[in-house]
Design a protein around this ligand. Structure first.
Ligand SMILES: Nc1ncnc2c1ncn2[C@@H]1O[C@H](COP(=O)(O)OP(=O)(O)O)[C@@H](O)[C@H]1O
Ligand SMILES: [Mg+2]
Length: 185
C-alpha cells in the first residue's frame, strides 16, 4: 500500500507547522509511519539558496513533492507544511498522487495573523523590512476545492487536528489500530 500525502497550505502563521506536528503525533500513536516535511526546514536544507519569486517558490514545492513521492512509495505517510501559495503547482502535486493527496486549507483572517505574529514577521513585512512576504507583498491563491478547510481562528489546535483525524478516518485513510486497541472505535 502507498502512503498518503496531507498537504497543509496557508498564510504564514496560519498554523501549518503546529497542525502538522500534532497530526504526526496522532498518526504515530496509531502505528502509522509518518514523516513531516516543513517548508522552513526544507528551505534551510534541501532548498537552501532558493528565493521567493514564483519560479523559486514553485521549484521549492516540486522538491518537497519529489521527496514526498519517494517516502509515500515506501508506505510512509507524509505531512507537508508549506505556504505553497500557487494553486497551479499544488494541483500538479495533486495529479501526481491520485486519490492520496489531501489538501488542507489552513485558513485564518489576516487581522488575526497580524495580531498573532509568533515570529514577528508580519510586523517586519508591513514595515517593509521583508520583501515578497506572502499575504502582505506577495500573492496567496487559496485552494478552490480543498479536501479539508480549517479555520484556526475559531478552534484550538487540538480541536482542529481532531477534525482532520475524523476526516481521515471517515474517508478510510486510517488503519484504526489504536482505536481498536483502546476500544474507541
Ligand atoms: N487552531 C489552531 N491551529 C494551529 N495553530 C493555532 C491555532 N490556534 C492558534 N494557533 C497558534 O497560531 C500559531 C501558528 O503558528 P505556526 O504553526 O508556526 O504557523 P505556520 O507554520 O502556518 O506559519 C501558533 O502560535 C499556534 O499556537
Ligand atoms: Mg511553519
Amino acid at each position: 500500500m502507498t502512503g498518503f500525502l496531507v498537504w497543509f497550505t496557508g498564510l504564514p502563521g496560519a498554523g501549518k507547522t503546529t497542525l502538522s506536528q500534532l497530526l504526526a503525533g496522532e498518526l504515530t500513536q496509531q502505528f502509522m509511519r509518518t514523516e513531516v516535511l516543513d517548508g522552513d526546514v526544507i528551505r534551510d536544507r534541501l532548498s537552501k539558496g532558493l528565493g521567493f519569486g514564483r519560479r523559486d517558490r514553485d521549484e521549492n514545492i516540486r522538491r518537497i513533492a519529489f521527496v514526498a513521492e519517494l517516502l509515500t512509495r515506501h508506505d510512509i505517510h507524509v505531512i507537508v507544511a508549506a505556504v505553497s501559495p500557487y494553486r497551479a503547482v499544488r494541483n500538479e502535486v495533486r495529479s501526481a498522487h491520485p486519490g492520496r493527496f489531501i489538501e488542507v486549507f489552513v485558513d485564518c483572517p489576516k487581522d488575526v495573523l497580524i495580531a498573532r505574529d509568533p515570529k514577528g514577521l508580519y510586523r517586519k513585512a508591513l514595515a517593509g523590512e521583508i520583501q515578497q512576504f506572502t499575504g502582505v507583498s506577495d500573492p496567496y491563491e487559496p485552494p478552490l476545492n480543498p479536501e479539508i478547510h480549517v479555520h484556526t481562528d475559531e478552534q484550538s489546535p487540538a480541536a482542529t487536528v481532531q477534525s482532520i483525524v475524523e476526516w481521515l478516518s471517515r474517508n478510510g485513510f486510517l488503519n484504526g489500530v489504536a482505536a481498536a486497541l483502546d476500544g474507541r472505535s
